[in-house]
Structures are given as structure tokens and as C-alpha cells.
Design a protein around this ligand. Sequence first.
Ligand code: ADP
Ligand code: MG
Ligand code: MG
Length: 254
Amino acid sequence: NVILSIRNLHAKVEDTPILKGVNLEIKAGEIHAIMGRNGSGKSTLSKVLAGHPDYEITSGEIIYQGENIAELEPDQRALKGLFLAFQYPLEIPGVSNLDFLKVAYNSHLKAQGKEEIDAFDFEDLVEEKLDIVKMDPSFLQRSLNEGFSGGEKKRNEILQMALLEPTLSILDETDSGLDIDALKIVANGVKQLATADNATLMITHYQRLLNYVEPDYIHVMGDGQIITSGGKELAHQLEEHGYEWLYEQYAPQE
Ligand code: ADP
Ligand code: MG
Ligand code: MG
């Protein structure tokens, strides 16, 4: 049961080619990690998957649940069960986190042809999910992302995931400022939310996240391609030896 199939994907930003032929297949029940040194194109890949307007696909396909989604708007992708944390607005003063989560939740219900959830039922649902991220209910009353620490933003991402139950979650660990507690919470959230029917793609520069979530597959990016893939042992090799030996061994293909 293939959830995502990326085929020979090329993409550019401001006329600079960044992705140069990415191939990746993710099946239901799998957790994948993409690693690679800074500037290798990891975040670009996640932004292209999200449909970020600054990134243009020049060739290749993104097949999600059997459908080429390359032309879909970010919110259309989200309603189909693709979750990318940063497609949500960074800060909205005056909109409480709870209100925001409810709007997001209801738009997903609507896309499935269902009725909106009752406000009280929604609060019960959210409070149940708060446990997964060990967040205090007072967190829900704060303005969306206003003054949230890096760790709180990450917890909130996991909370959104817990509510929306996406089919494919893509988490880009752009924030190197996560403390170890926040990292564990993110990792535990990812583990708890992983089922036989969904999949997760974790993008990280650092090996340390993989101490807490054991991915089924690890891919290493170099200059806009996946240059090698392996199991969790690859993370340990990277921790021990760094990236250079890999980049020397596997030059990107033209
Ligand atoms: P990673 O996440 O692996 O560190 P990125 O995808 O952020 O790598 O960046 C890959 C390359 O693309 C880098 O050389 C970066 O400078 C370039 N790049 C990414 N986004 C932009 C942008 N918006 N404008 C110009 N160059 C960009
Ligand atoms: Mg970077
Ligand atoms: Mg990045």
C-alpha cells in the first residue's frame, strides 16, 4: 500500500535548480527519515511537497495515494491528509490556539462530507490529545504561536497531527534549538501517532532525533538527490563517521 511515490523530481527556486532527481517511495505503516548536510535540499523537498509557491517543479511527479498532487494548492493537499507543519500560519495575534485548531479540524470534517463538531465535544477531544504532547490546557487559550517557544511550536505541531490524523505527516526539523525534552515529546508523539495505515517522513540534519524514533528507512540527501538509503544502522554510521565518507562514495548522478 504505497502512500507517496516521488519520481525523478526536479524543482527550482528563483531559477536555481535545487532538487535534481529525487526518488522516494513511502508505504503505509512506515517511518522514513531524510538526513543530509546543510544545503543538500531537505527543506526544499518538504516545501515542494507542501506546495510552497516559491518552489517550482520543473519535472517529475509527486504521486500521493495514486494521484499526482503537483498542481494542488497547499490547503487541498492538507485536506487529502497530507500534513506539513509549516503550511499553517506562523503567528495570528488574537486568534486562540483552540479556535485555530477547531477551524482546521472542521475544515477537514467538511472535506470528508461530515458535519462540524460541537464546540464542547471539540474541547473534550483536544484535551484528550493534549496528553500526547504533555501540554497544559491553558496553552489552548494563548494566541496562535504568539510568543511560543521553539519547543511549544513543535508540541503544537504534534497536537495538530493528533487531531487531524493525517495519512502522511512530514516533519522538517528545521529548529535546531529544540531542547532534549521537547525532542522527546516530538519523538513520542510521532511514535504514538504512527499506525499501520499512515506514514511519517522526518527530515533532520541531526542524528539525535533518531535516538528516540527508530525509522524503518533512512535516506541521505546530497546536492538535490537521495544519494543513499538504508535502515536504522545508517544513522549510527552517520553519527560515528559524519557525512563526508558518504558524499565521497556516492557522488550525485547526472
Ligand atoms: P537543507 O534543508 O538540506 O539545509 P535547503 O533545502 O534549505 O537545504 O537548501 C538547499 C539549497 O537551496 C541551498 O543552497 C539554499 O541556499 C537554496 N535555497 C533554498 N531555498 C531558497 C530560496 N528561497 N531562495 C534561494 N535559494 C534557496
Ligand atoms: Mg538548512
Ligand atoms: Mg533544512
